[in-house]
Write a protein that binds this ligand. Structure first.
Ligand SMILES: [Fe+2]
Length: 305
């Protein structure tokens, strides 16, 4: 029988993973053990705190459903998501900046014709026309590229957070495919800044620690061109009061768009415009390469069952 002291326990646990066949898995597990043990030593973690942590993580898991991801939210508010993003995108070479995927990449992103109106149902909001273009690093257009978009409504909710999602399905989310000139465009409403969900353990932590739960208004984009790094990003609405205090630390200056307030009678595709309306213009520049492309959450759940 081997008995370990506080001092040699860490080395023993690290060694216990020595025969892990996958070298990367072995490395990740051994480093995780070292970091966790350091944390316990540094904080002199007591039993009540250990139990609270276990219960907190249990509640976080129990809050997850096929359309709700409390663990992504936890990763986001602890800055882990942005740190993973940062270490994987150190050299941008002029490519568009990336940011968090977030917990609302959910369900079907139905391909729609350019110009479609993806406004959320039964919700008021100011009209917005979004025009965009996808290019390589030299500004050459990338054609036929699928671009998934999703955003919150005027009340600050995603479709999957509302009871109507179960019966009416997705809204304010879609897929567009770039044309020969790399362009795509659509209609929607100006999204609002929103609080992350506060009815779960992550939101409780934010409120109890006196942090505010808000994210600055934005539209999510996932641009996935073959032969290029998948681009997971947002375009933020310029002037939002939470740009400097995003609860998930995801804001980057380059991703803030100046949304123009317009009163022209026609939108850029020549169709009649409601008054007034807003114009978002943003170009995405992709870097050659590859990488993992996330799947919307319900799609993952359906594939596994
Ligand atoms: Fe979002």
């Amino acid at each position: 029988m081997t008995q370990f002291s506080e001092a040699d326990l860490t080395a023993a646990v690290v060694k216990s993973f020595e025969e892990t066949p996958d070298p990367r898995a072995k490395f990740l597990l051994q480093e995780l053990v070292k970091s966790l043990h350091d944390y316990v030593r540094k904080t002199d973690l007591n039993f009540a705190e250990w139990q609270y942590a276990i219960e907190f993580l249990t509640r976080t898991g129990q809050k997850c459903t096929p359309i709700r991801q409390e663990f992504i939210l936890l990763s986001d508010v602890l800055g882990v998501s942005m740190l993973v993003d940062a270490v994987n995108h150190r050299e941008r070479d002029g490519a568009t900046e990336t940011t968090v995927l977030g917990p609302f990449y959910v369900g079907e992103h139905k391909e729609m014709p350019h110009g479609s109106d993806i406004s959320p149902r039964n919700v008021t909001g100011e009209n917005m026309f979004v025009q965009s273009r996808v290019t390589d690093l030299k500004g050459r257009p990338l054609a036929g590229v699928p671009v998934d978009v999703w955003h919150a409504d005027d009340d600050g909710f995603y479709d999957s957070q509302k009871p109507a999602y179960a019966t009416q399905g997705p809204s304010s989310r879609a897929r567009f495919r770039t044309d020969a000139d790399g362009r795509f465009f659509f209609r929607t409403i100006l999204p609002s800044s929103y609080p992350i969900p506060t009815d779960g353990p992550v939101g409780e932590m934010i409120l109890q620690t006196r942090r505010h739960p808000k994210r600055p208004a934005h539209v999510h984009f996932l641009v996935n061109a073959e032969g290029y790094e998948p681009l997971i990003t947002h375009v933020f609405i310029g002037g939002d009061k939470y740009l400097d205090s995003d609860v998930v630390f995801g804001m980057k200056d380059e991703l803030v768009a100046n949304i123009e307030k317009r009163s022209d009678p026609k939108m850029p595709d020549g169709k009649e415009a409601p008054t007034p309306w807003h114009l978002m213009t943003y170009e995405f520049h992709l870097k050659p390469g590859g990488g993992m492309v996330p799947k919307p959450m319900t799609a993952e759940a359906m594939r596994e069952t």
